[in-house]
Design a binder for this molecule. Structure first.
Ligand code: ADP
Ligand code: MG
Length: 553
Protein backbone atom coordinates (compact mmCIF):
# COMPACT_ATOMS: atom_id res chain seq x y z
CA UNK A 1 0.00 0.00 0.00
CA UNK A 2 1.37 3.32 -0.95
CA UNK A 3 1.09 6.80 0.38
CA UNK A 4 -2.04 8.67 -0.70
CA UNK A 5 -2.63 12.40 -0.69
CA UNK A 6 -6.09 13.86 -0.15
CA UNK A 7 -7.72 17.21 0.19
CA UNK A 8 -9.46 18.29 3.37
CA UNK A 9 -13.17 18.77 3.15
CA UNK A 10 -13.93 22.43 2.54
CA UNK A 11 -15.32 23.01 6.04
CA UNK A 12 -12.25 21.42 7.59
CA UNK A 13 -9.98 23.72 5.62
CA UNK A 14 -12.02 26.60 6.94
CA UNK A 15 -11.68 25.42 10.51
CA UNK A 16 -7.95 24.95 10.05
CA UNK A 17 -7.39 28.34 8.58
CA UNK A 18 -9.39 29.85 11.43
CA UNK A 19 -7.35 27.99 14.02
CA UNK A 20 -4.06 28.95 12.42
CA UNK A 21 -4.80 32.55 11.57
CA UNK A 22 -7.28 33.91 14.05
CA UNK A 23 -6.88 32.23 17.41
CA UNK A 24 -3.92 33.67 19.21
CA UNK A 25 -4.75 33.56 22.87
CA UNK A 26 -5.02 30.55 25.10
CA UNK A 27 -3.16 28.28 22.70
CA UNK A 28 -2.49 25.87 25.55
CA UNK A 29 -6.01 24.43 25.35
CA UNK A 30 -4.76 22.17 22.53
CA UNK A 31 -3.43 19.87 25.25
CA UNK A 32 -6.78 19.58 26.94
CA UNK A 33 -8.42 18.73 23.59
CA UNK A 34 -5.88 16.08 22.62
CA UNK A 35 -5.83 14.52 26.09
CA UNK A 36 -9.61 14.60 26.02
CA UNK A 37 -9.58 12.72 22.69
CA UNK A 38 -7.16 10.17 24.11
CA UNK A 39 -9.37 9.74 27.16
CA UNK A 40 -12.44 9.30 24.92
CA UNK A 41 -10.54 6.66 22.93
CA UNK A 42 -9.86 4.76 26.15
CA UNK A 43 -13.52 5.08 27.18
CA UNK A 44 -14.64 3.75 23.80
CA UNK A 45 -12.33 0.79 24.05
CA UNK A 46 -13.46 0.02 27.58
CA UNK A 47 -17.06 0.09 26.45
CA UNK A 48 -16.45 -2.11 23.42
CA UNK A 49 -14.46 -4.56 25.49
CA UNK A 50 -17.53 -5.20 27.63
CA UNK A 51 -18.83 -7.34 24.78
CA UNK A 52 -15.49 -8.11 23.09
CA UNK A 53 -13.03 -8.63 25.94
CA UNK A 54 -10.42 -10.03 23.51
CA UNK A 55 -9.86 -6.45 22.28
CA UNK A 56 -7.92 -5.71 25.45
CA UNK A 57 -5.57 -8.67 24.99
CA UNK A 58 -2.71 -8.57 27.48
CA UNK A 59 -2.62 -4.78 27.35
CA UNK A 60 -5.40 -3.86 29.77
CA UNK A 61 -3.67 -1.01 31.60
CA UNK A 62 -5.38 1.82 29.76
CA UNK A 63 -3.39 5.03 29.87
CA UNK A 64 -2.27 8.24 28.21
CA UNK A 65 1.38 9.23 27.86
CA UNK A 66 2.93 12.57 27.08
CA UNK A 67 6.38 12.39 25.56
CA UNK A 68 8.28 15.59 24.94
CA UNK A 69 11.52 15.98 23.02
CA UNK A 70 12.86 19.44 23.69
CA UNK A 71 15.71 19.12 21.22
CA UNK A 72 13.57 17.98 18.33
CA UNK A 73 10.78 20.34 19.37
CA UNK A 74 8.12 17.63 19.33
CA UNK A 75 5.38 16.60 21.70
CA UNK A 76 3.61 13.23 21.44
CA UNK A 77 0.26 12.41 23.00
CA UNK A 78 0.09 8.63 23.15
CA UNK A 79 -2.81 6.35 24.14
CA UNK A 80 -3.62 2.65 23.97
CA UNK A 81 -7.31 3.21 23.27
CA UNK A 82 -9.61 2.20 20.45
CA UNK A 83 -7.34 3.52 17.67
CA UNK A 84 -8.30 4.43 14.12
CA UNK A 85 -8.28 2.37 10.92
CA UNK A 86 -7.03 3.81 7.63
CA UNK A 87 -10.55 4.85 6.61
CA UNK A 88 -11.19 6.40 10.01
CA UNK A 89 -8.02 8.47 9.84
CA UNK A 90 -9.19 9.78 6.49
CA UNK A 91 -12.78 10.41 7.53
CA UNK A 92 -12.44 11.52 11.13
CA UNK A 93 -9.45 13.76 10.68
CA UNK A 94 -9.99 15.10 7.21
CA UNK A 95 -13.17 14.54 5.32
CA UNK A 96 -15.93 14.78 7.89
CA UNK A 97 -16.60 18.33 8.87
CA UNK A 98 -17.92 17.65 12.32
CA UNK A 99 -17.46 15.24 15.15
CA UNK A 100 -16.69 11.64 14.32
CA UNK A 101 -19.07 10.62 17.06
CA UNK A 102 -21.95 10.12 14.64
CA UNK A 103 -20.02 7.53 12.68
CA UNK A 104 -19.06 5.74 15.84
CA UNK A 105 -22.66 5.69 16.90
CA UNK A 106 -23.78 4.31 13.56
CA UNK A 107 -21.16 1.63 13.73
CA UNK A 108 -22.41 0.59 17.14
CA UNK A 109 -25.97 0.64 15.91
CA UNK A 110 -25.20 -1.47 12.88
CA UNK A 111 -23.60 -3.96 15.22
CA UNK A 112 -26.94 -4.34 16.93
CA UNK A 113 -26.07 -2.38 20.06
CA UNK A 114 -28.55 0.29 20.76
CA UNK A 115 -26.49 2.27 23.24
CA UNK A 116 -26.12 5.89 22.38
CA UNK A 117 -22.41 6.48 22.61
CA UNK A 118 -22.50 9.81 20.92
CA UNK A 119 -19.29 10.93 22.51
CA UNK A 120 -18.44 14.55 23.15
CA UNK A 121 -18.68 17.82 21.71
CA UNK A 122 -21.06 20.33 20.28
CA UNK A 123 -18.91 21.09 17.30
CA UNK A 124 -16.29 18.38 17.26
CA UNK A 125 -13.27 20.30 16.08
CA UNK A 126 -11.02 19.66 19.06
CA UNK A 127 -8.39 17.76 17.13
CA UNK A 128 -7.59 20.71 14.90
CA UNK A 129 -6.57 22.75 17.91
CA UNK A 130 -3.25 20.89 17.49
CA UNK A 131 -2.45 23.46 14.81
CA UNK A 132 -2.57 26.23 17.38
CA UNK A 133 0.94 25.18 18.35
CA UNK A 134 2.19 22.83 15.61
CA UNK A 135 2.94 23.46 11.96
CA UNK A 136 2.94 19.74 11.21
CA UNK A 137 0.97 16.96 12.90
CA UNK A 138 1.38 13.21 12.47
CA UNK A 139 -1.13 10.70 13.80
CA UNK A 140 0.04 7.11 13.96
CA UNK A 141 -2.73 4.73 14.85
CA UNK A 142 -3.53 1.03 15.10
CA UNK A 143 -7.16 0.10 15.57
CA UNK A 144 -8.04 -2.34 18.35
CA UNK A 145 -8.47 -5.81 16.89
CA UNK A 146 -6.58 -5.05 13.67
CA UNK A 147 -2.98 -5.73 12.65
CA UNK A 148 -2.06 -2.84 10.39
CA UNK A 149 -1.07 0.63 11.55
CA UNK A 150 -1.29 3.84 9.51
CA UNK A 151 0.13 7.30 9.62
CA UNK A 152 -1.86 10.44 8.88
CA UNK A 153 0.16 13.56 8.32
CA UNK A 154 -0.52 17.16 7.41
CA UNK A 155 0.92 20.63 7.56
CA UNK A 156 -2.66 21.95 7.28
CA UNK A 157 -2.13 23.38 3.79
CA UNK A 158 -5.35 21.99 2.28
CA UNK A 159 -3.96 18.46 2.00
CA UNK A 160 -3.12 15.47 4.17
CA UNK A 161 -1.43 12.14 3.47
CA UNK A 162 -2.09 8.63 4.74
CA UNK A 163 0.37 5.74 4.50
CA UNK A 164 1.17 2.40 6.18
CA UNK A 165 3.20 2.72 9.38
CA UNK A 166 4.69 0.80 12.29
CA UNK A 167 3.26 0.72 15.77
CA UNK A 168 3.71 -1.99 18.37
CA UNK A 169 0.48 -1.71 20.38
CA UNK A 170 -3.10 -0.72 19.70
CA UNK A 171 -4.03 2.97 20.01
CA UNK A 172 -2.91 6.33 18.76
CA UNK A 173 0.06 8.70 18.91
CA UNK A 174 -0.44 12.30 17.96
CA UNK A 175 2.97 13.82 17.17
CA UNK A 176 3.13 17.61 17.17
CA UNK A 177 6.02 19.35 15.45
CA UNK A 178 5.90 22.53 17.44
CA UNK A 179 6.08 25.92 15.79
CA UNK A 180 9.26 27.86 16.28
CA UNK A 181 7.57 30.20 18.77
CA UNK A 182 5.73 27.42 20.64
CA UNK A 183 8.64 25.13 21.51
CA UNK A 184 7.91 25.91 25.12
CA UNK A 185 5.24 23.21 25.05
CA UNK A 186 7.96 20.58 24.92
CA UNK A 187 9.07 21.58 28.40
CA UNK A 188 8.19 18.77 30.86
CA UNK A 189 7.70 21.32 33.60
CA UNK A 190 5.20 23.30 31.56
CA UNK A 191 3.36 20.14 30.52
CA UNK A 192 2.96 18.95 34.07
CA UNK A 193 1.51 22.26 35.06
CA UNK A 194 -0.95 22.19 32.13
CA UNK A 195 -2.10 18.66 32.90
CA UNK A 196 -2.79 19.71 36.47
CA UNK A 197 -4.67 22.74 35.29
CA UNK A 198 -6.75 21.26 32.48
CA UNK A 199 -6.86 17.51 32.74
CA UNK A 200 -6.52 16.48 36.34
CA UNK A 201 -10.07 15.08 36.35
CA UNK A 202 -9.37 12.67 33.48
CA UNK A 203 -10.35 9.25 34.75
CA UNK A 204 -7.39 7.43 33.18
CA UNK A 205 -3.75 7.76 34.21
CA UNK A 206 -1.71 10.39 32.36
CA UNK A 207 1.97 9.51 32.50
CA UNK A 208 5.18 11.38 31.83
CA UNK A 209 8.80 10.36 32.20
CA UNK A 210 10.13 11.30 35.59
CA UNK A 211 12.29 14.41 35.65
CA UNK A 212 15.98 13.68 36.16
CA UNK A 213 18.60 16.09 37.27
CA UNK A 214 22.34 15.68 36.97
CA UNK A 215 24.21 12.55 35.97
CA UNK A 216 22.19 9.36 36.23
CA UNK A 217 22.79 6.15 34.35
CA UNK A 218 19.30 4.73 34.84
CA UNK A 219 16.57 5.16 32.26
CA UNK A 220 13.85 7.50 33.55
CA UNK A 221 10.60 5.75 34.52
CA UNK A 222 7.02 6.65 33.60
CA UNK A 223 5.13 8.25 36.42
CA UNK A 224 1.51 9.20 36.79
CA UNK A 225 0.92 12.94 37.04
CA UNK A 226 -2.85 13.24 37.39
CA UNK A 227 -5.09 11.88 40.12
CA UNK A 228 -6.96 9.68 37.61
CA UNK A 229 -9.80 9.19 40.01
CA UNK A 230 -13.12 10.19 38.56
CA UNK A 231 -13.83 13.74 39.69
CA UNK A 232 -17.44 12.96 40.61
CA UNK A 233 -16.31 10.23 42.99
CA UNK A 234 -14.19 12.61 45.02
CA UNK A 235 -15.34 14.44 48.10
CA UNK A 236 -16.57 17.90 47.10
CA UNK A 237 -14.21 19.60 49.54
CA UNK A 238 -11.28 17.97 47.67
CA UNK A 239 -12.26 19.53 44.36
CA UNK A 240 -11.50 23.15 43.51
CA UNK A 241 -13.78 25.49 41.58
CA UNK A 242 -11.26 25.49 38.73
CA UNK A 243 -11.33 21.72 38.53
CA UNK A 244 -15.12 21.67 38.40
CA UNK A 245 -14.99 24.31 35.72
CA UNK A 246 -12.50 22.43 33.57
CA UNK A 247 -14.51 19.27 33.94
CA UNK A 248 -17.66 21.08 32.89
CA UNK A 249 -15.93 22.44 29.81
CA UNK A 250 -14.71 18.98 28.89
CA UNK A 251 -18.19 17.57 29.34
CA UNK A 252 -20.20 20.24 27.57
CA UNK A 253 -17.93 21.72 24.93
CA UNK A 254 -18.92 25.09 26.39
CA UNK A 255 -16.21 27.70 26.83
CA UNK A 256 -17.94 29.64 29.56
CA UNK A 257 -18.00 28.46 33.15
CA UNK A 258 -21.34 27.12 34.46
CA UNK A 259 -23.55 29.29 36.75
CA UNK A 260 -24.25 26.57 39.25
CA UNK A 261 -23.41 23.00 40.12
CA UNK A 262 -24.58 20.22 42.41
CA UNK A 263 -22.29 17.39 43.44
CA UNK A 264 -23.77 14.58 45.48
CA UNK A 265 -23.73 10.95 46.44
CA UNK A 266 -26.90 9.00 46.98
CA UNK A 267 -26.68 6.03 49.28
CA UNK A 268 -29.33 3.61 50.42
CA UNK A 269 -31.23 1.07 48.39
CA UNK A 270 -29.52 2.65 45.39
CA UNK A 271 -26.03 3.99 45.15
CA UNK A 272 -24.89 6.57 42.70
CA UNK A 273 -22.80 9.70 42.41
CA UNK A 274 -23.98 12.70 40.45
CA UNK A 275 -22.49 15.96 39.28
CA UNK A 276 -24.84 18.42 37.59
CA UNK A 277 -24.19 21.80 35.98
CA UNK A 278 -26.39 24.66 34.84
CA UNK A 279 -24.76 26.35 31.84
CA UNK A 280 -24.43 30.12 31.82
CA UNK A 281 -25.82 30.37 28.30
CA UNK A 282 -28.19 28.31 26.17
CA UNK A 283 -26.79 25.79 23.69
CA UNK A 284 -27.55 26.47 20.04
CA UNK A 285 -29.86 23.46 19.78
CA UNK A 286 -32.06 24.15 22.84
CA UNK A 287 -35.20 24.23 20.72
CA UNK A 288 -34.24 21.71 18.06
CA UNK A 289 -36.83 18.94 18.17
CA UNK A 290 -34.30 16.19 17.53
CA UNK A 291 -31.47 17.47 19.70
CA UNK A 292 -30.36 14.85 22.19
CA UNK A 293 -30.03 15.73 25.82
CA UNK A 294 -29.21 14.12 29.10
CA UNK A 295 -26.31 13.38 31.35
CA UNK A 296 -23.31 11.19 30.70
CA UNK A 297 -23.77 7.75 32.21
CA UNK A 298 -21.09 5.69 33.92
CA UNK A 299 -21.61 2.37 35.64
CA UNK A 300 -19.07 1.57 38.36
CA UNK A 301 -16.66 4.16 36.84
CA UNK A 302 -16.93 2.67 33.35
CA UNK A 303 -18.17 5.03 30.71
CA UNK A 304 -21.41 3.72 29.19
CA UNK A 305 -23.04 6.43 27.14
CA UNK A 306 -23.27 10.10 26.49
CA UNK A 307 -26.64 11.83 26.59
CA UNK A 308 -28.59 9.18 28.45
CA UNK A 309 -31.99 10.74 27.82
CA UNK A 310 -33.90 8.43 30.14
CA UNK A 311 -32.08 9.87 33.14
CA UNK A 312 -33.27 13.43 32.80
CA UNK A 313 -36.65 14.82 31.73
CA UNK A 314 -36.69 16.73 28.47
CA UNK A 315 -37.77 19.91 30.22
CA UNK A 316 -34.40 19.91 32.00
CA UNK A 317 -32.53 19.34 28.76
CA UNK A 318 -30.18 22.24 29.40
CA UNK A 319 -28.59 20.49 32.39
CA UNK A 320 -25.16 18.93 31.83
CA UNK A 321 -23.62 16.36 34.06
CA UNK A 322 -22.50 12.89 34.98
CA UNK A 323 -24.13 10.02 36.79
CA UNK A 324 -22.21 6.99 37.99
CA UNK A 325 -24.45 4.17 39.14
CA UNK A 326 -23.35 1.19 41.20
CA UNK A 327 -26.56 -0.71 40.51
CA UNK A 328 -27.10 -0.72 36.76
CA UNK A 329 -25.62 -3.65 34.84
CA UNK A 330 -22.60 -2.82 32.67
CA UNK A 331 -24.35 -4.00 29.54
CA UNK A 332 -27.26 -1.57 29.77
CA UNK A 333 -28.96 -0.84 26.51
CA UNK A 334 -31.24 2.04 25.69
CA UNK A 335 -34.31 -0.22 25.98
CA UNK A 336 -33.22 -1.40 29.37
CA UNK A 337 -32.78 2.18 30.50
CA UNK A 338 -36.27 2.98 29.36
CA UNK A 339 -38.08 0.63 31.69
CA UNK A 340 -35.64 0.11 34.49
CA UNK A 341 -36.80 0.83 38.03
CA UNK A 342 -33.28 1.87 38.91
CA UNK A 343 -33.36 4.47 36.16
CA UNK A 344 -36.70 5.80 37.38
CA UNK A 345 -35.21 6.36 40.82
CA UNK A 346 -32.12 8.07 39.43
CA UNK A 347 -34.23 10.26 37.19
CA UNK A 348 -36.40 11.32 40.12
CA UNK A 349 -33.35 12.16 42.21
CA UNK A 350 -31.70 14.13 39.40
CA UNK A 351 -34.91 16.07 38.75
CA UNK A 352 -35.30 16.89 42.40
CA UNK A 353 -31.66 17.87 42.82
CA UNK A 354 -31.80 20.12 39.78
CA UNK A 355 -34.95 21.86 41.00
CA UNK A 356 -33.37 22.32 44.44
CA UNK A 357 -30.25 23.73 42.83
CA UNK A 358 -32.34 26.20 40.82
CA UNK A 359 -34.20 27.20 43.97
CA UNK A 360 -30.93 27.71 45.79
CA UNK A 361 -29.68 30.06 43.09
CA UNK A 362 -33.05 31.86 43.07
CA UNK A 363 -32.82 32.41 46.84
CA UNK A 364 -29.16 33.28 47.13
CA UNK A 365 -28.18 34.82 43.80
CA UNK A 366 -31.27 36.48 42.29
CA UNK A 367 -29.28 38.12 39.50
CA UNK A 368 -27.86 34.80 38.36
CA UNK A 369 -31.30 33.28 38.60
CA UNK A 370 -32.69 36.04 36.45
CA UNK A 371 -30.22 35.07 33.75
CA UNK A 372 -31.05 31.38 34.15
CA UNK A 373 -34.72 32.21 33.78
CA UNK A 374 -34.09 34.26 30.68
CA UNK A 375 -32.09 31.45 29.13
CA UNK A 376 -34.11 28.45 30.21
CA UNK A 377 -37.43 29.66 31.64
CA UNK A 378 -39.37 28.60 28.55
CA UNK A 379 -37.97 25.09 28.90
CA UNK A 380 -38.55 24.87 32.65
CA UNK A 381 -42.20 25.85 32.15
CA UNK A 382 -42.69 22.79 29.93
CA UNK A 383 -42.26 20.80 33.12
CA UNK A 384 -45.53 22.09 34.57
CA UNK A 385 -47.34 20.52 31.67
CA UNK A 386 -45.39 17.27 31.31
CA UNK A 387 -44.56 16.48 34.92
CA UNK A 388 -47.25 17.94 37.21
CA UNK A 389 -45.77 15.86 40.06
CA UNK A 390 -43.12 18.54 40.40
CA UNK A 391 -45.70 21.32 40.41
CA UNK A 392 -44.87 22.50 43.91
CA UNK A 393 -41.16 22.96 43.32
CA UNK A 394 -41.69 24.25 39.80
CA UNK A 395 -44.25 26.89 40.70
CA UNK A 396 -41.76 28.46 43.12
CA UNK A 397 -39.31 28.85 40.25
CA UNK A 398 -41.71 30.62 37.90
CA UNK A 399 -41.16 34.27 37.01
CA UNK A 400 -43.66 36.52 35.24
CA UNK A 401 -43.83 40.06 34.09
CA UNK A 402 -46.31 42.11 36.03
CA UNK A 403 -48.39 45.26 35.78
CA UNK A 404 -46.56 46.90 38.66
CA UNK A 405 -43.01 45.51 38.52
CA UNK A 406 -40.05 46.26 36.28
CA UNK A 407 -38.42 42.90 36.87
CA UNK A 408 -40.07 39.49 36.40
CA UNK A 409 -41.66 38.44 39.67
CA UNK A 410 -42.21 35.17 41.50
CA UNK A 411 -45.64 34.14 42.74
CA UNK A 412 -44.41 34.44 46.33
CA UNK A 413 -43.33 38.03 45.82
CA UNK A 414 -46.69 38.76 44.18
CA UNK A 415 -48.55 37.40 47.19
CA UNK A 416 -46.43 39.46 49.55
CA UNK A 417 -47.48 42.61 47.70
CA UNK A 418 -51.19 41.75 47.68
CA UNK A 419 -53.21 44.53 49.38
CA UNK A 420 -55.75 43.88 52.12
CA UNK A 421 -58.90 42.37 50.64
CA UNK A 422 -57.37 40.83 47.52
CA UNK A 423 -58.03 37.11 47.53
CA UNK A 424 -56.87 35.84 44.18
CA UNK A 425 -53.83 35.97 41.95
CA UNK A 426 -54.76 37.69 38.71
CA UNK A 427 -53.07 37.11 35.39
CA UNK A 428 -53.64 38.18 31.82
CA UNK A 429 -52.47 36.42 28.67
CA UNK A 430 -51.28 38.61 25.85
CA UNK A 431 -48.71 39.09 23.18
CA UNK A 432 -46.73 41.81 24.90
CA UNK A 433 -46.43 43.98 27.93
CA UNK A 434 -47.50 47.14 26.11
CA UNK A 435 -50.68 45.52 24.80
CA UNK A 436 -51.62 44.36 28.28
CA UNK A 437 -50.76 47.70 29.85
CA UNK A 438 -53.43 49.29 27.64
CA UNK A 439 -56.02 46.57 28.02
CA UNK A 440 -59.44 47.74 29.24
CA UNK A 441 -60.04 44.29 30.74
CA UNK A 442 -57.70 45.11 33.54
CA UNK A 443 -59.12 48.50 34.45
CA UNK A 444 -61.09 47.46 37.45
CA UNK A 445 -58.13 45.53 38.85
CA UNK A 446 -55.87 48.47 38.26
CA UNK A 447 -58.35 50.74 39.98
CA UNK A 448 -58.49 48.51 42.99
CA UNK A 449 -54.69 48.52 43.13
CA UNK A 450 -54.47 44.84 42.27
CA UNK A 451 -51.35 43.69 40.49
CA UNK A 452 -51.79 41.59 37.35
CA UNK A 453 -49.25 39.04 36.10
CA UNK A 454 -48.54 39.39 32.42
CA UNK A 455 -48.23 36.03 30.70
CA UNK A 456 -46.61 37.00 27.44
CA UNK A 457 -44.88 33.77 26.50
CA UNK A 458 -46.60 31.44 24.02
CA UNK A 459 -46.24 28.49 26.36
CA UNK A 460 -47.73 30.34 29.37
CA UNK A 461 -51.36 29.48 28.81
CA UNK A 462 -50.49 25.87 28.44
CA UNK A 463 -48.33 25.87 31.56
CA UNK A 464 -50.73 27.86 33.75
CA UNK A 465 -53.58 25.45 33.08
CA UNK A 466 -51.91 22.97 35.39
CA UNK A 467 -51.77 25.54 38.15
CA UNK A 468 -55.32 26.42 39.25
CA UNK A 469 -54.02 27.43 42.68
CA UNK A 470 -50.90 28.59 44.41
CA UNK A 471 -50.48 28.67 48.20
CA UNK A 472 -54.24 28.39 48.61
CA UNK A 473 -54.90 31.31 46.25
CA UNK A 474 -56.83 30.86 43.04
CA UNK A 475 -55.14 31.91 39.81
CA UNK A 476 -57.71 33.95 37.91
CA UNK A 477 -57.60 34.86 34.23
CA UNK A 478 -58.46 38.57 34.19
CA UNK A 479 -59.78 38.47 30.63
CA UNK A 480 -62.39 35.83 31.33
CA UNK A 481 -66.09 36.59 31.66
CA UNK A 482 -67.09 36.69 35.31
CA UNK A 483 -64.17 38.38 36.91
CA UNK A 484 -64.31 37.86 40.63
CA UNK A 485 -62.87 40.91 42.37
CA UNK A 486 -64.74 40.39 45.65
CA UNK A 487 -66.80 43.54 46.03
CA UNK A 488 -68.07 44.94 49.27
CA UNK A 489 -71.81 44.87 50.06
CA UNK A 490 -72.01 48.55 49.23
CA UNK A 491 -70.31 48.19 45.87
CA UNK A 492 -72.64 45.35 44.99
CA UNK A 493 -75.73 47.49 45.68
CA UNK A 494 -74.34 50.27 43.60
CA UNK A 495 -73.58 47.95 40.67
CA UNK A 496 -77.10 46.55 40.75
CA UNK A 497 -78.65 49.98 40.56
CA UNK A 498 -76.48 51.00 37.65
CA UNK A 499 -77.24 47.81 35.80
CA UNK A 500 -80.99 48.53 36.03
CA UNK A 501 -80.48 52.04 34.91
CA UNK A 502 -78.57 51.01 31.79
CA UNK A 503 -80.86 48.14 30.80
CA UNK A 504 -82.47 49.96 27.84
CA UNK A 505 -79.04 50.70 26.43
CA UNK A 506 -77.68 47.18 26.73
CA UNK A 507 -80.86 45.83 25.12
CA UNK A 508 -80.43 48.21 22.24
CA UNK A 509 -76.81 47.08 21.75
CA UNK A 510 -77.92 43.47 21.84
CA UNK A 511 -80.40 44.19 19.03
CA UNK A 512 -77.97 45.94 16.77
CA UNK A 513 -75.01 43.59 17.30
CA UNK A 514 -76.87 40.31 17.45
CA UNK A 515 -74.98 38.77 14.53
CA UNK A 516 -71.55 39.74 15.80
CA UNK A 517 -71.56 38.74 19.40
CA UNK A 518 -73.25 36.25 21.70
CA UNK A 519 -74.33 38.60 24.43
CA UNK A 520 -74.20 42.19 25.68
CA UNK A 521 -73.81 42.47 29.38
CA UNK A 522 -73.50 45.18 31.94
CA UNK A 523 -69.99 45.07 33.33
CA UNK A 524 -68.46 46.04 36.59
CA UNK A 525 -64.94 45.49 35.40
CA UNK A 526 -64.49 48.74 33.50
CA UNK A 527 -63.40 51.95 35.15
CA UNK A 528 -62.61 54.38 32.30
CA UNK A 529 -63.37 52.64 29.01
CA UNK A 530 -67.03 52.53 27.89
CA UNK A 531 -67.00 48.94 26.64
CA UNK A 532 -64.82 45.89 26.08
CA UNK A 533 -64.95 42.46 24.48
CA UNK A 534 -64.61 39.47 26.74
CA UNK A 535 -64.25 35.78 26.22
CA UNK A 536 -67.07 33.71 27.69
CA UNK A 537 -66.17 31.09 30.31
CA UNK A 538 -64.78 28.09 28.43
CA UNK A 539 -64.00 30.16 25.32
CA UNK A 540 -60.66 30.33 23.58
CA UNK A 541 -58.30 32.95 24.89
CA UNK A 542 -58.38 35.87 22.49
CA UNK A 543 -54.71 35.73 21.52
CA UNK A 544 -55.06 32.03 20.72
CA UNK A 545 -58.15 32.81 18.65
CA UNK A 546 -56.20 35.44 16.74
CA UNK A 547 -53.44 32.93 16.14
CA UNK A 548 -55.83 30.29 14.83
CA UNK A 549 -57.58 32.81 12.64
CA UNK A 550 -54.24 33.88 11.19
CA UNK A 551 -53.66 30.24 10.27
CA UNK A 552 -57.16 30.00 8.75
CA UNK A 553 -58.37 27.38 11.16
P1 ADP B 1 -14.63 15.27 18.93
O1 ADP B 1 -13.66 14.79 19.96
O2 ADP B 1 -15.55 16.32 19.44
O3 ADP B 1 -15.34 14.16 18.23
P2 ADP B 1 -12.25 16.01 17.61
O4 ADP B 1 -11.96 16.94 16.50
O5 ADP B 1 -11.56 16.27 18.90
O6 ADP B 1 -13.80 16.00 17.80
O7 ADP B 1 -11.89 14.54 17.15
C1 ADP B 1 -12.43 14.05 15.98
C2 ADP B 1 -12.49 12.56 15.99
O8 ADP B 1 -11.21 11.96 15.75
C3 ADP B 1 -12.92 11.96 17.29
O9 ADP B 1 -14.32 11.94 17.40
C4 ADP B 1 -12.37 10.55 17.22
O10 ADP B 1 -13.24 9.69 16.51
C5 ADP B 1 -11.12 10.73 16.41
N1 ADP B 1 -9.95 10.79 17.31
C6 ADP B 1 -9.27 11.89 17.68
N2 ADP B 1 -8.27 11.57 18.52
C7 ADP B 1 -8.31 10.23 18.68
C8 ADP B 1 -7.56 9.26 19.45
N3 ADP B 1 -6.53 9.64 20.21
N4 ADP B 1 -7.92 7.95 19.34
C9 ADP B 1 -8.95 7.56 18.57
N5 ADP B 1 -9.70 8.41 17.86
C10 ADP B 1 -9.40 9.72 17.90
MG1 MG C 1 -12.32 15.98 20.95
Amino acid sequence: MAKTTRKFKAEVSQVLSLVINSLYSNKEIFLRELVSNASDALDKLQFKALTEPELLGDDSGLKIRLEADEEAGTLTIWDNGIGMSEEELIELLGTIAHSGSRTFLEELKSRGESADVNIIGQFGVGFYSAYLVADKVEVISKKAGEDAAFKWSSDAQEKFTVEPAERDVRGTSVVLHLREDQKDFASPWRLRQLVKQYSDFVGHPIEMLEMKYGEDEEEPKWEQINKASALWQRTPSDVTDEQYEEFYKHLSGDWEPPVARAHFKVEGTQQFAGLLFIPSRPPFDLFYADAEHGVRLFVKRVFIMDKAEALMPRWLRFVKGVVDSDDLPLNVSRELLQDSRIVQTIRKQLTKRTLDLLQEVADERPDDYKAIWENFGKVIKEGLHYDPTYKDKLSKLLRFESSTQDEPTSLDAYIERMPEGQEHIYYALGASRSLLDGSPHLEVLRKKGYEVLYLTDGIDQWAIETLPEYEGKKLVDASKDELDVNETEEEREETKAKEEELKPLTERFQDVLQNEISEVRFSKRLADSPACLVVPEGGLASHIERMLRAQNQ
